[in-house]
Design a protein around this ligand. Sequence first.
Ligand code: ASP
Ligand code: MG
Length: 586
Amino acid sequence: MALLVKKFGGTSVGDIKKIKNIASSILQSKEAGNEIVVVVSAMGQTTDDLNCLAESISKNPNRRELDMLLSTGEQVTIALLSMALNEYGIPAISMTGSQVGIITESIHGKARILDIKTERIQNYINQGFVVVVAGFQGTTLSHTGSMEITTLGRGGSDTSAVALSTALGAETCEIYTDVPGVLTTDPRIVPKAKLLDEISCEEMLELASVGASVLHPRAVEIARNYGIKLCVKSSQSDSSGTLLESQIQPLPLKRGILELTKTVNSLEVLENQAVFSLSNIPDRPGIAAQIFEKLSEASINVDLIIQATNDGNNNDITFTVSELEVKKTEEQCELITSQLGGEYNLKTNMTKLSIQGAGIMGRPSVSADLFDTLSQANINVRLIATSEIKVSCVIEINNIPKAIRFVAEKFKLSDTQIFVNPIIEKQELPEVRGIALDKNQVQVSFRKLPDRPGVAASICLALAENNLLFDTIVQSERISSSKNKDISFTMNKQDREKANLVFDALTKKLPGSYIEDGPAISKVSTVGAGMAFKVGTAGKIFRALAEQNINIEMIATSEIRTSCIVLEKDSDKAVNAIHDHFELDK
Ligand code: ASP
Ligand code: MG
């Protein structure tokens, strides 16, 4: 007998007919011998409608009262579904988050789950009941010690379902939704986009702009941390959907911190890295492809790749390789610069330091905190590359002990969360799983910044303090004017308009520097867990773009993701080109 947690989203419980259908599908699953806990969302657009009601009274409604209001949406669904199950002769009982004992932080509107009491639910399961739980809500003790209703944030019932699965030790958590599962990319851009049979939690998080609409990222993170088998499928069809699996060793469930309240989950240090910087190479489609194909032909596995915005007609491209590959790489760089012009520069004794965690997503203050911490330790940051759930930078090797101490302390990481030169098993994973596209972004560069500790930090802190979201930060190496450096990043268009005051203040504080606005751009992120082990994936991505004559404005990579910033007008073409090149529809 298996215990299954099944979650049905808003559209799947949108009307009475659908609720009855769900009840009948639960009947089948129950007759097949399963024990079942159901988690449901509010019917259809109910949560939006409730928000509108609140807004029609107040622009800034009291957070407690708003949670009181929003939590009613799910309460309607649990009662109706329970009744429907009863009509089919299934013993069923509905429970709110408070009745179950879904204990959250004392924050209204975006509370994280700390613990879930399982006694009462387990009791009903043992008696043969289907338990129907309200998603998206929990309970907390206020500072006066009285019980309060909290909500988890929009889309939060996925999180309720996965957290419940963890607490109950369920065999699988099935998320039923109105799409067939997770696709290789957005089907509105690539009609051939294909349903994925499986994807790792890490890949899903990096594909945020494709994946977040399918599954709440916090739910993915819980599944990842505790090794929950998570399945996303359509409530309308019998197709098997997409299976999400964690790639990490599951953590033991610690009561009271179920949804780790930390933004950063781990610190990783990779020593013995060499940084190669190519500078003054031509800026035109095909150059990046040519370079990384050469390196791949020589079997050189490149780790980070960073290309900042071009300076006139020239580009700088920087990448890291293991120190074991320095000789081979030097030979290739000689060749490349003799053919393309420009020069290269090599730095050995470098180390890559990365912080990781789903909480980094959408929180620019985390990268700001990292750079600030390193600057307080008086450590100069050489390279920066960010992805959705990871911030990496390259620093000199002799700074490492100090860096680990400062960063671990800042993000409150224990020894078990710090990995120095981790040995990662090579697995047969696809080098490309899917492609995410972020539109509506602009590119901004700080030029001629003084090269000293704290500069990146001061920029990121100023933006974060003003609640301006920035993304893909790239800091490249420059040989010609080694006293200066450039930092480029992308931000969404609306935030760029609001950023003028902050930028003015910053350029005043950093004499000689100035801001350069780039064109409207999009970020095309190619994600695949196998990318870390395969030689040449980046070269293939760049080739796919070059074949369509698409120029790459910026590049930033992490182990399992390669992001290319391209002109907005090229973005759909770019996604299609990469999708075709890797034959993701096959
Ligand atoms: N009803 C909530 C919302 O619309 C929670 C959910 O559907 O996951 O955001
Ligand atoms: Mg949802």
